[in-house]
Design a protein around this ligand. Structure first.
Ligand SMILES: [Mg+2]
Length: 244
């Protein structure tokens, strides 16, 4: 068995970014040697710091599926470079008339204000290798989406930001990793629309309640819903579903 989990709003509290309430279930998984794969829009630099805090040594998926990182092995790269994503976003914004503001344009202070991250963590968040997070300032998001698709890119929505991605998503990355691990018994947990693609690929899926709950239920009618939001709900769902 392999557990795939989103971070923000799922394993991490949406506001405090703490995973403290999920510790009993994380210990439960470790005792059973079940890998806990972090599947996130975060950068490699951010996940590296978090994994250390968590004592997690399993493979992980960064930047919305742009790369699968195998500790001690080679990355499985699935996405475009950050520079290509930024250029595609700039062109799509121009073509669609939708005004956007990318992560790269934001001073560290603005990233901190938008995310509530501490300065050190916000700096790690800014070290993007693949896609580009952004906010929409003005205009019809569906026009921007079409202009990105016309260039072979896609956009997806995370908890706080949109993300532009080239040729990758969390679902393709999760499938590639499940194949690499040669394990089809997968359990996935996520809270936001950018998790739907990977939750669909899981044998069992759990929705962590958030402001996106109704959209998530509609997209994943067979998924279970955790009894609480954030790491407390994650903890309960994993303890309920991972039984000997
Ligand atoms: Mg999330």
């Amino acid at each position: 068995m392999v557990v795939f989990s989103d971070l923000d709003g799922t394993l991490l509290d949406r506001d405090t970014y703490s995973f403290a309430q999920a510790k009993p279930a994380m210990t439960h998984l470790r005792a059973r040697k079940i890998p806990l794969v972090l599947v996130t829009s975060k950068t490699r630099a951010e996940v590296t710091a978090l994994r250390e805090e968590m004592g997690n040594t399993d493979p992980y998926i960064v930047e919305n599926g742009a790369a699968v990182v195998i500790p001690g092995g080679a990355d499985i790269v699935m996405g475009s470079t950050a520079a290509a994503a930024r250029e595609a976003l700039r062109k799509a914004s121009e073509a669609s008339g939708v005004r956007v503001r990318g992560f790269r344009e934001m001073p560290l202070g603005e990233i901190r204000a938008r995310t509530g991250l501490e300065a050190k963590v916000a700096e790690l968040a800014s070290r993007r290798e693949f896609g580009e997070p952004f906010v929409v300032l003005e205009g019809d998001v569906s026009l921007l989406d079409a202009a990105l698709r016309a260039q072979g890119f896609r956009m997806t929505r995370g908890g706080r930001f949109f993300h532009v991605l080239g040729g990758c998503d969390k679902g393709k990355a999760a499938l590639a990793l499940a194949a690499f691990l040669n394990d089809e018994d997968t359990l996935g947990l996520g809270d936001a629309p950018n998790d739907v693609v990977f939750l669909r690929e899981m044998r069992r899926a759990v929705i962590i309640p958030s402001p996106h709950l109704e959209a998530m239920r509609a997209a994943l009618p067979d998924a279970a819903v955790a009894p609480e939001a954030g790491p407390a709900g994650w903890n309960q769902a994993v303890l309920d579903l991972v039984v000997d």
